[in-house]
Design a protein around this ligand. Structure first.
Ligand code: COA
Length: 389
């Protein structure tokens, strides 16, 4: 059997409305952070994988060529990957496959997005075009609308309440307030969150992720050379992928993502673990309801039981299964192509004990990331493990 693949370094740009920084500057910031914190030089890198989800946000086509050049890595092989909001983990999986096949030894993955050069309305329309252009988009549905349908169905079937959804937003804002890389570093009270302006009923402002600029980077190598770069490589132990129908109307159920269930099953099997063995997770909370159904789809809770766990604060950093203790997409921010890579950077830092003390999950050795494209058309689940302990 071929040898394993590890993450040996991570870097992260500050997420936010980064007026002065373009796509290439954000990518540069993330990779500079990686180079400053990892024992790596350019000549160690065999190839790059660049994840950028949208072309229309800042008008720049061919982002992989632009970013590769900005990084001074032109000449090396590169590819661009795109799987909507699951672009970042699609990049990590592509790099993993390149190394696992023996084609490359060390691959740099960069996920980046510059979303705020256009208005929120324009960004909403651009993202809505990832819905079915024949049967959904013309009728006005956009992403807050898709997840509002999911929230309404979950409320009707399982008695999910406004308080449960708002409690997820409150938690994620709390942790973003402790995360120096987050877009909004402001706590919100439950009252504020419950009473916020409607965006797509039943979802309000504090149920929605942010439209952000940002970038993140990870360096993957084959295990036999990993120690050249760091004393503490983080192994990629499990990978699972799933998909679903393009149109929501074709789904059997609106209260779950079948693609996430499939991806989780595959990742757990590959890693030889179960949900009970995971010490913390970053899940794709593009809307608060998405975090709730992820808790159920990933097997952390039975269907209909995640809501009570939220109210009991079981997903805080010292709870039963810490979830999104970096602030999540909700408040750390959601620059589409960067998100999946940012999740991996966060899990790696958590496993190394390197995050801010107020959000550190003590003694974590195994983490999971769950990255969703659109409303479940792509789902990637990755399991990471610190194997030196
Ligand atoms: C909810 C949403 C429409 C608000 O956008 P907007 O009305 O243009 O908001 P603005 O950018 O003008 O910001 C107005 C204020 O609200 C805050 N804000 C914006 N979005 C916010 C959010 N999602 N949560 C909390 N606060 C938010 C801003 O920080 C700003 O605060 P300030 O006045 O103190 O600076 C936008 O955040 C959104 O569309 N989110 C969902 C993104 C999405 O669909 N992603 C894809 C997922 S699949």
């Amino acid at each position: 059997m071929s040898e394993g693949v590890s993450i040996v370094g991570g870097g992260h740009a500050v997420f936010g409305k980064r007026k002065e920084s373009g796509l290439r500057d954000l990518a540069h910031e993330a990779v500079r952070d990686l180079f400053n914190t990892t024992n790596v030089s350019k000549s160690d890198i065999d190839a790059t994988v660049i994840g950028v989800a949208g072309d229309g946000f800042n008008g720049q086509g061919s982002p992989a060529a632009v970013i590769n050049t900005e990084l001074g890595l032109h000449g090396l092989p590169t590819i661009r990957v795109e799987s909507a909001c699951a672009t970042g983990t699609a990049g990590i999986i592509s790099a993993y496959n390149m190394i696992k096949s023996g084609l490359r030894d060390a691959v740099l993955v960069v996920g980046a997005e510059k979303m705020t050069s256009i208005s929120s309305g324009e960004a909403t329309e651009l993202m809505a075009r990832a819905g079915d252009l024949r049967w959904e988009f013309p009728f006005g549905v956009s992403f807050p609308g898709y997840y509002a349908l999911i929230a309404s169905a979950h409320m009707a079937e399982y008695g999910t309440t406004r308080e449960i959804l708002s409690s997820i937003g409150v938690k994620n804002h709390y942790y973003a307030s402790k995360n120096k890389l987050a877009h909004i570093r402001k706590e919100v009270s439950l009252e504020e969150a419950m009473g916020a302006i409607d965006i797509a009923s039943p979802l309000n402002l504090y149920d929605c992720s942010l439209i952000s600029d940002g970038a993140a980077a990870v360096l993957l190598t084959k295990d036999s050379i990993a120690k050249k770069f760091t004393d503490t490589p983080i192994s990629i132990k499990g990978i699972g992928q799933g998909t679903d129908t393009m149109m929501m109307a074709q789904r059997e159920s609106l209260t779950e993502l079948k693609g996430a269930q499939r991806a989780a099953k595959e990742a757990y099997a590959m890693a030889g673990v179960t949900a009970a063995d995971i010490n913390l997770a970053t899940v794709h909370d593009c809307f608060t309801i998405a975090e709730l159904i992820a808790m159920e789809d990933l097997g952390f809770y039975k269907k209909g039981e995640a809501g009570q766990a939220v109210l009991d604060k079981q997903t805080y950093h010292d709870g039963k299964i810490p979830i999104n203790v970096d602030g999540g997409l909700k408040a750390k921010g959601h620059p589409l192509g960067a998100t999946g890579v940012s999740q991996a950077v966060e899990i790696r830092k958590q496993l190394l004990g390197e995050v801010e003390s107020e959000r550190q999950v003590d003694g974590a050795v195994r983490g999971l990331s769950h990255n969703v494209g659109q409303s479940g058309q792509f789902v990637n689940v990755l399991i990471y493990e610190r194997s030196d302990l």
